[in-house]
Design a protein around this ligand. Structure first.
Ligand code: R5P
Length: 295
């Protein structure tokens, strides 16, 4: 039987210390359940509210693109320098050591290639496997205005419903079809739709004109993709402007793994995202790190 001897009445009720009623550090996430918040807190650093994600899921429709020929050689060594990894389950299982301990945002859609219609995707990972892999979030594209818009929204809704059941957030990625105009109006529409259907955070692109309206009009955090490879100074300036205008981080791929120094690039991005450094300051840091590594 349970030991009932010497049970003492409680004494320290903290009369002068009211319970913490501040809800949660992340935009739009105050009313989620504990598990959902715990996973979001592994994606977005609670001290800054931001994240540096490394995206290397490109192979699921692009094949072995430059920098991703051997994930085990090029990407695995970068893991310690990113906050989060974003990848396919095949890339993860085959090439990233579980000991890396990094949170993983799992690409959960597939079904197209660079040779076919990009918007024609399906949900390509069962929730059981996302749980088995310990994913902190799942991701799929919404292709607003594209031929398969309806199907892509249905994919993301399916992930949101199954993820919500188990406390796993979904990141909706605003995919852009070949004929889409990449402007603030388009991304404002796409990111807002993604948030309204229930995505806990959204991945979008930075645009020069009106990016702040996109972040203001989206009630959940936005992280930006990097897009095609740019000179490092330009990519860091874009990251700076995005953060300055309300983005909650980056989920960059080519501008990291195709950089002349991917580790220095991740450190420079972290300086922008977490330390409030400008693009120019971060580029100086990139050069310093690169010089040190080459010495
Ligand atoms: C796009 O479908 C993928 O999610 C990529 O991971 C994403 O576009 C980010 O990569 P990048 O910075 O190379 O654009």
């Amino acid at each position: 039987m349970a030991d009932l001897d010497d049970i003492k009445d409680g004494k320290d009720w903290g009369h002068d210390r009211p319970a913490d009623t501040t809800r949660f550090f992340l935009k739009g996430a105050a009313h989620h359940d504990w598990g959902m918040k715990a996973r979001l807190a592994r994606i977005f650093r609670p001290d800054t509210g931001r994240t540096v994600m490394l995206a290397f899921d490109h192979g699921y429709f692009q094949g072995p693109t430059t920098g991703l020929e051997r994930l085990d050689l090029t990407i695995a060594p970068l893991a310690p320098h990113a906050d989060v990894l974003m990848c396919t389950r095949g890339g993860l299982r085959s090439s990233i050591p579980p000991e890396s301990g990094k949170p993983v945002v799992l690409r959960c859609s597939a079904g197209n290639s660079i040779l076919t219609e990009l918007s024609n995707e399906l949900v390509a990972v069962d929730i059981d496997d996302a749980i088995r892999l310990g994913a902190v979030a799942m991701a799929a594209q919404v292709y607003i205005g594209a031929e398969y818009e309806h199907k892509s929204i249905a994919n993301v809704v399916k992930l949101i419903d199954s993820g919500t059941r188990y406390g796993i957030p979904t990141m909706a990625v605003t995919g852009v079809g070949k004929d889409m105009v990449r402007d603030a109006r388009y991304f404002g529409l796409a990111t807002r739709i993604a948030a309204e259907i229930g995505a806990q955070f959204v991945k979008s692109y930075y645009v020069d004109e009106g990016f702040e309206k996109i972040t203001l009009g989206c009630p959940v955090p936005i992280v930006i993709a990097g897009g095609k490879k740019l000179p490092e100074a330009e990519a860091l300036e874009i990251a700076y402007r995005a953060i300055d205008q309300g983005a909650a981080g980056v989920d960059m791929g080519r501008n990291v793994f195709q950089s002349s120094d991917p580790v220095a690039m991740l450190k420079a991005l972290a300086a922008v995202v977490h330390d409030g450094r400008t693009g120019a300051e971060a580029y100086q840091l990139f050069r310093d790190e690169h010089r040190k590594a080459a010495a």
